[in-house]
Design a protein around this ligand. Structure first.
Ligand SMILES: [Zn+2]
Length: 563
């Protein structure tokens, strides 16, 4: 059978045949001892938010291409969970655990007892307030919702001199990568802090070098000086391989073509626009360089760990799609920026002393309208796009008419969050309606909607009795207290979204699950390795590479970094 890549599938309209978890054999596992010849002083994890592996190539001239040429490429790597979002994806990378057992099933979840929507890294403790950030209880940030430890914790427990830092454009990426007790996790706060910050969970105040990085100069934070006023990019379709620019299904939020506005006298507006451009990654890497220089990262007595999540690919992909002129330009800029950063790390620590991992937290669906136009859509909906809002309102209305036949609704019978639905237990108790009846009515209504192939119940997920081959993916995403009572599985290439433009991720299909996984540098033999490999394998692989004992009960396995 031909090996099925996402790129080939999109080109040939064969997505359904690629929509199953890979049946490829497992990639070779590592020997029981650390490989000889490599002793990294610095481990750098580069997570590129929403980067699909079919967008990478050894022909890229910069750092991404270098990693593909000189690294060990696990070419069939994919997430092994169904809810392919940022928080769970990042949580798998350095914990070695699937998102369910890690306590991070989704970016946001509804607590069953209270019916409250909770963000995966929120913390209402005063000791978790964001430095310079908002004072509302839910605005605190920490990893306390994560139920497991991570590579940084194992490293620090075994090597007291080791240091662990994370940096990202997004708080949820920096925090989940850091594990429980890193030296610091830094992210860009577009809100009150208007700069890179952390929370009091990690530090009582920002170090002087970070304050200097954020300091205002000429009316805006100094780190924004390098950002251009507008994002100009080529529009040369079809010659340059990307879709024609100004495509109608792209988001018009910041304009659909070259010249997207970026700089604004209002720093809040400026930062919000910056978030949707490749320049977000430039300032994130500038911050990482300032961190490495100031903290002498990689030059300490132990192995240091620096985990960086580069966020820009995700917002750009959401607005314009991965095949857009914008995404193409952003990738070229990212390739150059990663090349510069790798060279910087090697100059700082010494070539041969750095071990690099490149991966992603999830992929993304191409714009559904483009899939329809090119004959690649598998979705029964005419445009490939359904309204998540209409779906949520529809199920609430259906439950209301079934359960409140006479009165007006007091409260919705279910709460929705992404593809998950949670029954309103307080209302069910007040009205003496069994929760199971609410759940069953919702399941029946949702199952009859076009574009939905299955509605998963908790029982099916926990007992893995739902349709193969997806059952194990949903089980790996499942947390019995935080996952919904029901999880909706859309049909392949159907997008249920609150927006009428742009695209997203979050399904168990390979376009959302396939991710790059490349190891490079100290102790790593270049090559392309086929077979099953996953982001949960990263932490055990790195732990083995530096001679750490693996904690019991990991979901991932060490991958061999030598033939
Ligand atoms: Zn993401």
């Amino acid at each position: 059978m031909r090996r099925c890549t996402v790129a080939a599938a999109l080109a040939l309209g064969l997505l359904a045949s690629c929509a199953r978890p890979s049946a490829a054999p497992t990639a070779p596992r590592a020997p029981a001892t650390a490989p000889s010849g490599g002793s990294p002083h610095l481990i750098v994890l580069l997570a590129v938010d929403q980067l699909r592996p079919d967008r990478l190539s050894a022909a890229l001239p910069g750092g991404l291409g270098r990693l593909m040429r000189e690294g060990r490429v696990f070419a069939d790597a994919a997430l092994q969970h169904a809810d392919t979002e940022t928080c769970p994806g990042h949580a798998t990378m350095l914990t070695g655990r699937q998102p369910g057992p890690a306590g991070v099933p989704s970016n946001e979840f509804v607590e069953r007892d209270t019916g409250r929507r909770v963000y995966c890294v929120e913390d209402d403790g005063e000791d978790a307030a964001v430095i310079g950030g908002g004072a509302e209880p839910a605005q605190g940030r920490s990893p306390r919702k994560m139920r497991v430890s991570a590579l940084g914790d194992w490293l620090k427990a075994s090597q007291p001199g080791a240091r662990v830092f994370t940096v990202s454009g997004k708080d949820r990426a920096a925090i989940t990568l850091g594990g429980q007790h890193p030296d610091a996790a830094y992210w860009l706060d577009r809100g009150p802090a208007q700069g890179f910050t952390t929370s009091r969970y990690y530090r009582s105040e920002l170090p002087e070098w970070a304050r200097a990085f954020n300091r205002a100069a000429g009316g805006e934070p100094a780190f924004l000086a390098r950002v251009p006023d507008r994002w100009e990019h080529p529009t040369g379709a079809p010659a340059n391989g990307a879709r024609r620019d100004d495509y109608p299904a792209e988001s018009a939020q910041f304009g659909r073509t070259s010249g997207h506005p970026v700089r604004d006298p209002d720093v809040g507006v400026f930062l919000e626009r910056l978030f949707y451009t490749p320049f977000l990654d430039d300032v994130t890497l500038d911050f990482a360089r300032a961190l490495v220089r100031s903290e002498r990262v990689g030059l300490g007595p132990g192995v240091d760990l620096l985990a960086i999540s580069l966020s820009a690919t995700d917002p750009v992909g959401h607005l314009y799609g991965p095949g857009s002129q914008e995404a193409r330009d952003a990738l070229i800029r990212l390739d150059a920026a990663v090349g510069d950063f790798l060279a910087f790390c090697e100059a700082q620590v010494g070539q041969g002393s750095v071990l690099v991992v490149l991966t992603a937290d999830h992929g993304v669906l191409e714009l559904p309208e483009w899939l329809v136009e090119t004959g690649a859509s598998e979705c029964p909906l005419p445009t490939g796009r359904g309204s998540s809002r209409a779906l949520a309102e529809g199920v609430v209305a259906a439950l209301h008419s079934a359960l409140d036949p006479k009165g007006s609704p007091v409260a919705p019978w279910v709460m929705t969050s992404g593809y998950a639905l949670t029954a309103n237990r307080r209302l069910a108790e007040e009205r003496h309606v069994p929760v199971s009846r609410v759940v069953d009515l919702a399941r029946r209504w949702l199952s009859s909607q076009p574009g939905i192939v299955h509605v998963w119940t908790q029982e099916e997920i926990e007992e893995e009795t739902g349709p193969a081959p997806f059952a194990v993916l949903y089980r790996n995403s499942f947390d019995p207290e935080r996952s919904g009572d029901l999880i909706v599985q859309p049909a392949p290439t159907c997008l249920f979204s609150p927006s009428s433009t742009g695209t997203s991720h979050g399904t168990p299909y390979l376009y959302d699950r396939a991710v790059p996984l490349v190891f490079f540098g100290s102790g790593v033999a270049p090559g392309v390795v086929r077979g099953r490999a996953a982001t949960v394998d990263i932490a055990p692989t790195l732990a083995r590479a530096i001679g750490l004992e693996l904690p019991a009960g990991l979901d991932g396995h060490p991958l061999a970094l030598q033939p």
